[in-house]
Design a protein around this ligand. Structure first.
Ligand code: ATP
Ligand code: MG
Length: 324
């Protein structure tokens, strides 16, 4: 085993009855890295995470977590990992401090209960029962439970779902801080801004297969995609002929510019000659979401009721219409 690697997965397969949920995936996570698994509902993320945690048995492949075999060394592994499961199971009648204290008792080297509660911003709710917490506050308590054992490796399965924007950002800081302390994080999320902010590396899983891997910057060739310039022209003015352009449904004209400087020059010269304002000018770089949607085969023209996990990866897509 390579001690620089916290997680090694090779040829992992998992079926539920005759349905193959994970179809042979390979990835590794370096120690101290924040690694994000992205993918549509039903792609196989939670299945994969639960196999790494030792909660589910695989059908085939090799899995090593912190140098251990999760199936055989589950008890030993438990001491070193923290888990925020996709759906938590808090005891509704315990208070925040009672919950954290109870979980604290399961570990040999736990953090102080008060310290963890402060870390997730629940000090004021310390003596409140779980049933009186809001959804986002309950999720924070689940994050606290994952942290209390002072783990080396954290599995965060959609940790910020239901959080308000400020709480999400606070949690991002907590997760970044953990990584700075040398802890390794495996994160799933449906929020692209979360993956962009937190992840050192991303793997996109779709229909049980990894369809792309990279950094938020270069995933799916994102760093090589051309920026787009968009501008609204009055109906009676044609855009500059020297540049290739396309008029969108919302009336905007979009230029795809290989040489941004020359394109902007042509656009401003043309605007001056026609006495146009450039108020609406925007330079738009392909977002992580644009790239992600392309990778999972999302096509706006297709009926999306069809289960996304059945989509063939890399199907032709129409990018960049600003869908958020
Ligand atoms: N216990 C189970 N029994 C049968 N099928 C299951 C079971 N758990 C998951 N599946 C199926 O396996 C596939 C992968 O599910 P999984 O929970 O791993 O997806 P996911 O990527 O975590 O999705 P989401 O983003 O919705 O959480 C789905 O089609 C799901 O219906
Ligand atoms: Mg899931």
């Amino acid at each position: 085993m390579n001690s620089d690697l916290a997680v090694e997965v090779a040829g992992l397969k998992k079926s539920y009855g005759s349905f193959e949920a994970v179809k042979g995936i390979d990835f590794h996570i370096s120690t101290g890295e924040i690694f994000s698994l992205l993918g549509p509902n039903g792609a196989g993320k939670t299945t994969t995470i639960e196999i790494l945690e030792g909660f589910r048995e695989k059908n085939s492949g090799q899995v090593t977590v912190l140098g251990l075999n999760p199936e055989k060394d589950r008890i030993k592994l438990k001491e070193h990992i923290g888990i925020v499961p996709q759906s938590g199971s808090l005891d509704r009648y315990l208070t925040v401090i009672e919950t954290v204290t109870m979980y604290r008792g399961y570990y040999q080297n736990p953090m102080a209960a008060e310290e963890v509660i402060e870390l997730v911003g629940l000090e004021v709710k310390k003596n409140e029962r779980v049933l009186r917490l809001s959804g986002g506050q309950q999720r924070r308590l689940e994050v606290a439970i994952a942290l209390v054992g002072n783990p080396d490796l954290l599995f965060l399965d959609e940790p910020t779902t239901g959080f308000d924007p400020a709480a999400r950002r606070e949690t991002w800081q907590v997760i970044k801080g953990l990584s700075e302390m040398g802890k390794t994080v495996l994160l799933t999320t449906h929020y692209m801004d979360e993956a962009e902010f937190l992840a050192d590396r991303i793997a996109v899983i779709s229909g049980g297969l990894i369809v792309a891997e990279g950094t938020p910057h270069n995933l799916g060739g994102r760093d090589k995609l051309l920026p787009r310039i968009s501008l609204t022209y009055p109906r009676d003015i044609l855009p500059p002929e020297e540049l290739k352009s396309e008029r969108q449904d919302n009336g905007d004209t979009v230029f795809q510019a290989e040489d941004l400087t020359s394109a902007i020059h042509i656009i401003t010269e043309h605007a001056k000659a026609n006495n146009l304002s450039l108020e609406s000018l925007q330079i738009v770089r392909p977002s992580l979401e644009d790239v992600y949607l392309g990778l999972i085969g999302y096509n706006e023209d297709r009926d999306q009721v069809e289960e996304m996990s059945n989509a063939k990866p890399g199907r032709r897509t129409r990018r960049g219409s600003g869908r958020r």
